[in-house]
Design a protein around this ligand. Structure first.
Ligand code: PMP
Length: 398
């Protein structure tokens, strides 16, 4: 029997970008000790206080169907307050839709904005799931390069050119602070993006799952810009901000009339998010900013370690990391592709990083280092990485 083209086409038959990671896991299984600077997962687990709240909520009876597919009123009030406080934009619980993680939010928003066959734009380099998410709603992914020469800030002229070449688009997906580049979009970039969306009369989907991980500058949500509230859908998550990746809890912020339609989707897919997880999430948000800073702090510190080490040599260049739990390194001076560099580093030094190519074409010749291991281990791994790059450069000039 035939499977749907929709499901067999999600990965478009190509690479899913995880080959180096899979190879690292295979080497680990074969007994090698690998330092994983690959996936974006904290090296701490969810705080026991949050787990206790989850456990108590379950014991209190929050284990049945939840009444509302869009989330409990209590949690939506907390999220709305948080959004209003950080953005200054009036936000009511009716502007909040609770979803099982940011990824579910990316799917739901594209489902809401794109009809089958519509073109949906996103910025390259991109988080690995973006094109697959777009294809899973039967839309066509349209990547727009953000170039290393512009420190990966998208250029409105490129957006316009890509939209024209595609013959019109329905939505644009952006992500700041950015995975994989660590770049924070400037006000100028955001204003250019907002202007573009208004001129084209399209939806802006703003993936802000790294909003609490900002090291330099300030995060600007495009929903804060004039004329953008009614066309922006913000995707948020507690995976990164509260080290709750496994709890699968996130949200979509947007106009009430859009979120009412997402309710129909929830009824026919997720049936909402587990009540005890929602209770724990409300509790976790109540821990406030100081808790979120505590969760982000190790990444701020480790970003400093990597930037300092990279400054001390000239074979590898760091993209200024403004935010998120990654540093992107330009390794083009070694003469290798990101893929060959990552595979070589893994085989020779047992250090696993993600090749830039796994995040799209624009990050070719780069690698992404996740700041997700203890400081001393990270420092040792980055020293090995730089030594490896130095050897390659030396051989190149021999
Ligand atoms: N967006 C970006 C940019 C991410 O890096 C991730 C996870 N790594 C997600 C969305 C999805 O996160 P989650 O579903 O855990 O909220």
């Amino acid at each position: 029997m035939k499977l749907s083209n929709r499901i067999t086409g999600i990965n478009a038959g190509g690479s899913d970008g995880w080959e180096t990671y899979v190879l690292a896991c295979e080497m680990e299984e074969a007994g090698k000790e690998i330092t994983h600077l690959t996936i974006g997962e904290h090296d701490i687990r969810t705080d026991p206080l949050i787990l206790e709240a989850m456990y108590n909520a379950a014991l209190d009876g929050h284990t049945g169907y939840t009444a509302l597919g869009n989330g409990s009123v209590g949690l939506r009030v907390r999220i709305a307050e948080r959004v209003e406080k950080t953005t200054g934009i009036p936000t009511s619980p009716d502007n909040v839709f609770v979803v099982p993680g940011g990824q579910a939010g990316l799917f739901a928003t594209h489902m809401g904005c794109c009809d089958p066959g519509d073109r949906a734009m996103f910025i390259d380099p991109y988080y690995a799931t973006y094109p697959g998410t777009i294809r899973s709603v039967s839309a066509e992914p349209v990547p727009v390069p953000a170039r290393p020469e512009r420190i990966f800030q998208p250029d409105p002229a490129d957006l316009e050119a890509a939209a024209a070449a595609a013959g019109g688009v329905s939505s644009l997906l952006i992500n700041s602070p950015n995975n994989p580049t660590g770049v924070l979009y400037s006000r100028e970039t955001m204003e250019g993006i907002a202007r573009f969306c208004q001129e084209q009369d399209i939806w802006l989907i703003s993936d802000e799952v790294y909003e609490t991980q900002v090291w330099t500058g300030a995060h600007l949500s495009p929903r804060m810009l004039p004329g953008m509230q009614e066309r922006t859908l913000v995707v948020g998550s507690m995976s990164k901000s509260h080290a709750m990746t496994g709890s699968r809890i996130g949200w979509v912020i947007g106009p009430q009339e859009v979120l009412e339609r997402l309710d129909d989707l929830a009824t026919n897919t997720t049936y909402g998010v587990a009540g005890f997880v929602q209770e724990a999430a409300a509790f976790a948000l109540g821990l406030g900013e100081s808790f979120e800073e505590k969760i982000a702090e190790p990444f701020r510190r480790r970003r400093g370690i990597v930037m300092r080490l990279v400054e001390g040599q000239n074979h590898v260049r760091a993209i200024p990391a403004d935010g998120a739990m990654y540093v992107m390194l330009d390794i083009r001076a070694t003469g290798l592709s990101g893929e060959d560099f990552a595979n070589g580093l893994l085989r020779t030094h047992h250090v696993a990083v993600m090749p830039g190519e796994s995040f799209g074409r624009a990050a070719a010749g780069h690698i992404r280092v996740a700041l997700t291991v203890a400081d001393d281990r990270l420092e040792e791994a980055v020293r090995q990485l730089l030594a490896y790059a130095g050897d390659l450069s030396a051989r190149r000039t021999d």
